[in-house]
Design a protein around this ligand. Structure first.
Ligand SMILES: Cc1cc2nc3c(=O)[nH]c(=O)nc-3n(C[C@H](O)[C@H](O)[C@H](O)COP(=O)(O)O)c2cc1C
Length: 326
């Protein structure tokens, strides 16, 4: 039974990848993940805001007589080196102790920092990079053309400065999802991770304060990702790593049948522990054995919308079968 596959062009033993989260910021967890059969690990993202916050905190501790203007650049580069340095130490240690690919993850909002951080991640030795491009189209003044331009500027420029595989992690907030994902896949990237789960806000009505909704996903959260993977897997020029709502071995199988190259898991590890990766891998192998499959390629994409089929007609047919019993 062979569960070998490729992720961003890298050979991996299992299609189950641990997605970026707090668990992947700890070297002991990373070692356990490899032992439990993770195909690869995506390290917790570096967020530009975190570094800017550290810089501001350091500046605020300076004596008021200090000349902020003169010191800003010095403090900024020192603090940013220090914050990123801790992160790069983790990557270096992970690279020295693990055999599976170690993928760095970055989330920036300024164009310059996307460039600076990406190059530094490559220098730190990670095998690939996931760009957590949470560009949220929440401003009424931002048109879909603006969002499009932002993505393509960042990707095209980054592509010139790094030569390790690059994957783009996206949210579900796009007007023209199918069209945009296809155009992204033509932009010389190696993969798309779909989707990041948005951290939703909630409101505490007693205190009348903003709070946040639970951050972990539930099994029923799989359906949006599953649908888009099935629609797009045969229409993109790069691999899909399916993320959000994968909680069981059956979910892993579904994503592969829909055409995902790999499947990322996070919430199910928070809920069941890192060792749950064994259950997922065992369940995948057991299903393959029952169905008589020796490799993933024998069934991957079998339930995807075919490359020349119209997805809208495919889904309309399913809808009519269910509701109109045609
Ligand atoms: C506690 C927590 C921390 C996370 N941190 C990050 C992060 O730093 N970068 C990132 O790209 N995604 C992050 N995510 C999102 C996950 O990588 C993943 O896309 C999302 O949780 C959906 O997958 P799941 O249903 O398997 O949880 C985080 C998720 C959780 C629950």
């Amino acid at each position: 039974m062979d569960t070998k596959t490729k992720y961003l062009g890298l050979e991996i033993e299992s299609p189950i990848v641990v997605g970026s989260c707090g668990l992947t910021s700890d070297i002991n967890n990373l070692v356990k993940m490899e032992q439990a059969g993770a195909g690869a690990v995506v390290i917790k993202s570096v967020f530009e805001e975190q570094i800017i916050y550290d810089i501001k905190r350091n500046l605020s501790m300076m004596a008021p007589t200090d000349n902020y203007g003169m010191s800003y650049e010095y403090v900024a580069s020192h603090v940013s080196d220090d914050s990123l340095g801790k992160h790069f130490e983790l990557i270096k240690e992970a690279k020295s102790r693990l055999h599976i690919p170690v993928v760095g993850s970055i989330n920036c909002y300024s164009f310059e920092n996307w460039m600076t951080y990406t190059q530094r991640f490559q220098e730190a030795g990670c095998d690939a990079l996931e760009l957590n491009m949470a560009i949220l189209p929440y401003e009424p003044s931002l048109s879909y053309e603006d969002v499009d331009r932002l993505f393509s500027n960042i990707i095209n420029t980054l592509r010139k400065s790094v030569n390790i595989p690059v994957s783009i992690k996206v949210s579900q907030n796009f007007t023209d999802m199918a069209n945009f994902m296809q155009r992204l896949s033509w932009m010389n990237i190696n993969g798309i991770t779909m989707f990041n789960k948005a951290l939703n806000i909630d409101i505490d009505i007693d205190k009348m304060e903003l709070t946040h909704a639970p951050s972990l996903s539930n099994p029923e959260d799989i359906y949006d990702t599953l649908r888009w993977v099935a629609i797009l897997s045969k229409k993109l020029r790069c691999d899909i790593s399916a993320s959000t709502g994968v909680h069981s071995a059956a979910d892993v199988v579904k994503m592969l049948l829909a055409g995902a190259g790999t499947v990322q898991v996070v919430s199910c590890l928070y809920k069941n522990g890192v060792d749950y990766l064994r259950t997922l891998n065992d369940g995948l192998r057991q299903w393959m054995e029952e169905k008589g499959f020796d490799s993933l390629s024998q069934f991957r994409g079998k339930m995807a919308v075919k490359s020349n089929d119209e997805a809208s007609m495919f889904f309309r047919t399913q809808f009519m079968k269910h509701f109109a019993q045609i």
